[in-house]
Design a protein around this ligand. Structure first.
Ligand code: DP6
Length: 409
């Protein structure tokens, strides 16, 4: 029996992928750019074992067995990597042997936290390791067929998924722009509003947008080409101001298209809108842009912020969206906020910052209060992370399978 265990990161789009030109091959209508997040805080972990003794291909996600159907995205990824192994003449593991796959996330699955991206990237990377194939752009065309955004999780740092023009999708590949080391102080606060399964999946939502939104083509033709070029320049120059403006504008445009879809896809809720208002008011109060929000197909906010500004932002978040558990590691998860900073005592800072009225968000809070939501629990928890590296292989003692079966069996 041969086994490999790998982890792969989550990525958060800055210029969003929304809409396919080919559903089967998962070919997008526009380019997208993302930032890869640190695997210590958010990652998918996958073990794959291959053995002559296995009767069938089997897969467990978070300990629950899933059907391994012939025309599934899972099967397409397996066959895709096996085809590459055949072409490369890789003899490491026999292609006729069946595989057992176990995968889990260290964060909620399908909550709009890009779990499918990390999951499929991890699957394809682990298969590549099993069959002895090096990480290359071709591998991203296979991850793309698991979930479009997964192709960007095969690299660290900032990554562009080129939509490509060919019908067979050969040129629809992800390529790194710069590594995580280029902008190491780029941090992220994920404000988790709701970590339950989302109502309209990205796959269904974008399909409906392509057929019904009258704005989407303008985005594809005019907005995205200019935006990707400007964003790449901002990333290369570490220009946070431009980066932040593009990030927020693209998030807003994506949700405008979601609403222009018929029937509309509503992903942001009142708390999400309160967070967006808060960020704008916060930036205004600071006199310069310190924070940039982006929302995917769910209500949770990802806020990009430079390391030196994290403590201050967190204090303002706590002031606007108070939570009694602010000092608990269950509420504030991930990277610790620098203890040598005089502003690290978040509660103290928040209380002293009364001269920074953030009125717009307060108006939203009031509206939410009328909906009978406890104002002290608007945020479920916060994850503090930063730009990170791509997937990697772990030692065998991290395996999720013992003799080909999940540890819990
Ligand atoms: C809003 O990659 O999950 O997160 O290709 O159908 O699996 P499928 O969709 P998916 O869509 C991600 C949409 C997004 C934007 C993005 O990540 O670029």
């Amino acid at each position: 029996m041969f086994s490999v265990t790998c982890i792969a990161p989550v990525n958060i789009a800055i210029v969003k992928y929304w809409g396919k030109r080919n559903e089967e091959l998962i070919l997008p209508i526009n380019d997208s750019i993302s930032m890869t997040l640190g695997t210590n805080e958010l990652c998918a972990k996958t073990t794959i074992s291959a053995s002559e003794g296995f009767q069938h291909n089997r897969m467990w996600l978070n300990d629950e067995e899933l059907p391994f159907e012939e025309d599934s995205r899972l099967m397409r990824c397996l066959k895709g990597v096996q085809r590459l192994a055949l072409m490369n003449g890789s003899q490491k593991v026999s292609l006729s042997w069946k595989v057992h796959i176990a995968s889990c996330n260290n964060f909620p699955t399908a909550a709009g936290l890009a779990s499918s991206a990390a999951g499929y990237a991890c699957l394809v990377f682990s298969l590549a390791r099993l069959y002895g194939i090096p990480l290359n752009e071709e591998l991203t065309t296979i991850a793309r067929q698991g979930s479009g955004s997964a192709c960007r999780s095969l690299f660290g740092g900032f990554v562009q998924w080129h939509r490509g023009v060919l019908d067979d999708g050969r040129d629809s590949v992800a390529k790194p722009i710069v590594s995580a080391q280029h902008w190491p102080n780029m941090h992220v606060l994920i404000l988790v509003v709701n970590d339950e399964r989302k109502k309209t999946s990205s796959t269904n939502g974008m399909q409906r947008s392509v057929t019904t939104s009258q704005l989407i083509q303008h985005r594809v033709d005019k907005i995205v080409p200019e935006r990707t070029e400007n964003l790449k320049k901002a990333i290369e120059a570490r220009d946070f101001q431009s980066f932040a403006e593009i990030t927020m504008k693209d998030s807003n445009q994506f949700h405008a298209i979601a609403l222009d879809t018929y029937p509309p896809c509503v992903y942001m809720n009142d708390v999400s809108h309160a967070i967006a208002s808060f960020v704008h008011t916060y930036n205004k109060t600071m006199g310069t842009v310190h924070a940039a929000y982006t929302f995917d197909a769910g209500p949770n906010a990802c806020i990009y912020v430079l390391k030196e500004n994290v403590a201050k932002l967190l204090a303002a978040v706590q002031k606007e969206f108070p939570n009694d558990s602010i000092d608990s590691s269950q509420y504030l998860r991930g990277l610790p906020v620098s203890i040598d900073s005089p502003e690290s005592n978040i509660e103290k800072y928040a209380n002293s910052a009364t001269d920074n009225p953030i009125n717009t968000a307060a108006v939203h809070r009031k509206a939410i209060g009328m909906l009978n939501i406890q104002p002290k629990s608007l945020l479920k928890y916060i994850i503090h992370t930063k730009v990170g590296d791509g997937p990697c292989q772990l030692s065998d003692d991290n395996s999720l399978l013992i003799n080909g079966l999940p540890l819990s069996h």
